[in-house]
Ligand binder design. Structure first.
Ligand code: NAI
Length: 332
C-alpha cells in the first residue's frame, strides 16, 4: 500500500538535498507519496513559527517524517527544533549506522558500527538554572524507563541483524548515580540476550579505541550526549558527516534525517552531498518494509561511489549535487 510521508525540507542545504532525494526515490519507484513543507528560518520569517501547524498535522497523520537539517537560530531564545521534535513525539531511539564504503578512502576500511543513542533525556532534558551570574547548573536526567527501552532495542537490533556484541558507553566511574543507573540497567538487560556479547567502556577510553581500531566495535548503546559526540566520531571514521544517516524511532512516530546540519557555508552552491539524507530515506523505506527499493538505491549509490568519477567536493570530487543525483538515477 502506498504510504504518505511528511517531508520537511529544512534550511541551508536542506532544500537542495531534499530535492535530490525525492527525485531519486521517485526514480526508484518507491511506494510513497510526499507531503512537503518548508520549515525552519524561512518559515519563521513568514509565519513566526519554525514549523507550521500544517506540517505538524501532516506528521501526526502520517507518522513518518523525512527531515532535512534545520538551522537553530542563535540568540532568539529557541530550544533546538530537533530536540523539540524528538521530545514531542517521544522519538527515543536515535540509530546511527556508520559503515565503511570501499569507494571512500579513509584510514579505516572496516568500520561497521551502529550507535543507539537515547534521545529524550540526559543533559538534553533542558533543565538549566542560573545560580548566580557566574554559576550555571545543567541537570542530567537518567531514568530506568528510558534506559531500559533504548538498551533493549540495541540488543534486539543486534540479535535481529546477526550482530555479535553490544557495548555500553558510559562514565559511571565519575557519575556514579546517573551513569551508574544506565550501566546497571545495561547489565540487567544483557541477561535477556545471552547470545550477544555485552561489554561496557568508559566514554573516553572508547573514543581512544575507536580511532585506533574501530573494527573492535559492533553496536554501541549510550546516553544522549555521549551518543551525539561518539556518532559524529564514527562519521569521521567513514569519511565525514555527509555519509551518516539516522533514524529517530518512537512507539508511534518515526523520523529519518541526516546527522549533519544545514551547512550554511555551502548552502545554495549546489555542492552538498545528499548521501546521508538518501541513506536515511533508505532506512525509512526499510522501516516501511520496502526493502527491495532501498536495496536498489543503496546499490546504485555504491556503484557511483565505487566509480569515483561523479563525486561531490566533500568526497574530493567536482560534481554538483544534481550531477551526483543524476548519476545515481542513471544506475537505477
Ligand atoms: P554542519 O553539519 O551543518 O556542517 C559542518 C561542516 O560539514 C561544514 O563545513 C559543512 O559544509 C559540512 N557538511 C555538512 N553536511 C554536508 C553535506 N551534506 N555535504 C557536504 N558537506 C557537508 O554543522 P554546523 O555548521 O555546526 O551547523 C549548522 C547549523 O545546522 C546549525 O544551526 C546547527 O544548529 C544545525 N544543525 C542541525 C541539525 C539537524 O537539523 N538535524 C544537526 C546538526 C546541526
Amino acid at each position: 500500500m502506498r504510504t504518505n510521508i511528511t517531508v520537511m525540507t529544512g534550511d541551508g542545504i536542506g532544500p537542495e538535498i531534499c530535492d535530490a532525494v525525492i527525485k531519486i526515490l521517485t526514480a526508484a519507484k518507491a511506494d510513497v507519496t510526499f507531503e512537503c513543507f518548508a520549515v525552519g528560518e524561512q518559515e519563521y520569517e513568514r509565519n513566526g513559527k519554525l514549523i507550521s501547524d500544517a506540517a505538524y498535522a501532516s506528521f501526526e497523520r502520517n507518522r513518518i517524517l523525512l527531515k532535512a537539517p534545520i538551522t537553530t537560530p542563535v540568540g532568539k531564545g529557541f530550544r533546538s527544533l530537533n530536540v523539540t521534535l524528538r521530545k514531542k513525539y517521544d522519538l527515543y531511539a536515535n540509530i546511527r549506522p556508520a559503515k565503511s564504503n570501499k569507494a571512500v578512502v579513509t584510514p579505516f576500511p572496516n568500520v561497521d558500527i551502529v550507535t543507539f543513542r537515547e534521545n529524550t533525556e540526559d543533559l538534553y532534558a533542558g533543565i538549566e538554572e542560573a545560580i548566580s551570574d557566574d554559576c550555571m547548573h545543567s541537570i542530567k536526567v537518567i531514568t530506568r524507563a528510558a534506559s531500559e527501552r533504548i538498551i533493549r532495542d540495541a540488543f534486539a537490533y543486534a540479535r535481529g541483524n546477526k550482530r555479535k556484541k553490544v557495548t555500553c558507553v558510559h562514565k559511571a566511574n565519575i557519575m556514579k548515580l546517573s551513569d551508574g543507573l544506565f550501566l546497571d540497567v545495561f547489565h540487567e538487560i544483557a541477561k535477556e540476550f545471552p547470545d550477544i556479547i555485552a561489554e561496557d567502556k568508559i566514554v573516553d577510553a572508547l573514543c581512544m579505541r575507536l580511532v585506533m581500531d574501530p573494527s573492535e566495535f559492533d553496536v554501541l548503546v549510550t546516553e544522549n550526549l555521549y551518543g551525539d559526540i561518539v556518532s559524529d566520531l564514527t562519521s569521521g571514521l567513514i569519511g565525514g558527516l555527509g555519509l551518516l544517516p539516522s533514524a529517530n524511532l518512537g512507539k508511534d512516530y518515526a523520523m529519518f534525517e541526516a546527522v549533519h546540519g544545514s551547512a550554511p557555508d555551502i548552502a545554495g552552491k549546489h555542492i552538498a552531498n545528499p548521501t546521508a539524507l538518501l541513506w536515511s530515506a533508505c532506512m525509512m523505506l526499510e522501516h516501511l518494509h520496502q526493502n527491495d527499493t532501498a536495496k536498489r538505491i543503496r546499490s546504485a549509490v555504491d556503484e557511483v561511489l565505487a566509480q569515483g568519477i561523479i563525486l561531490t567536493p566533500d568526497l574530493h570530487g567536482t560534481a554538483t549535487t544534481e550531477e551526483y543525483r543524476d548519476a545515481i538515477i542513471a544506475k537505477l
